[in-house]
Ligand binder design. Sequence first.
Ligand code: ZN
Length: 232
Amino acid sequence: MSDIIIEHKKIKNIYIRVKEDFNIYVTAPKRVSKEYIYELIEKRKDWIEEKKKELREKNIYDISKKELVSGDEIYYLGRRYILRVLQNRKEDIILDRNIIYMHANLKEKDEFKNIDIRRKHNLLDIWYKKEALKLFEELLKKYCSIMDLEINSFSVKKLKSKWGSCDVSKRHITFNLELMKYPVHSLEYIVVHELAHLIEANHSKRFYNIVSLYIPNWIKEKEILNNFFKNK
Ligand SMILES: [Zn+2]
């Protein structure tokens, strides 16, 4: 199911990594052939499966239990960022290369630690939501046009047990805010999934045939996303 992404570099050894998107990333010296790399991957099949299992169990996207201190890893649209928390009365969140700067008005005293943690989570959620509203609006526009469908409205919130829902009679779609930690292609799958419910209400064979038309690789997206609720 994984894609294999090969990059040739001026190096001596071959490196194989499995990343959060469940794809296999290979860095190899320039002279190494594709065939050789594929053979090597085949030989290391068990190790690759083990890595995938580890990723599934680790659930890197879930930050709900983190204290959100400088150095924590946070995901935004499938990319990893390192958190830097800075005391500031004017609160905001700024992305700069691989760093996510959080300016937060914190008490910074032991007895208020939990209040500070909640404040930081809240700040992040507000920021994720602001970005989510823009992004889902774009994605809905794109796929409504491709699939020739119309909706009346959508919303983004924290959902406890699903990625999205579609109220067919109101033509209203709800997305889970947690999606903002995942790669955009996973979000596109959820957008298409919810829109497809306007054509077919149940998760029938016909339903997934419709989804396949627009997201041929949907099983992989499902694999990336599934993991989240399983580990909660
Ligand atoms: Zn569904």
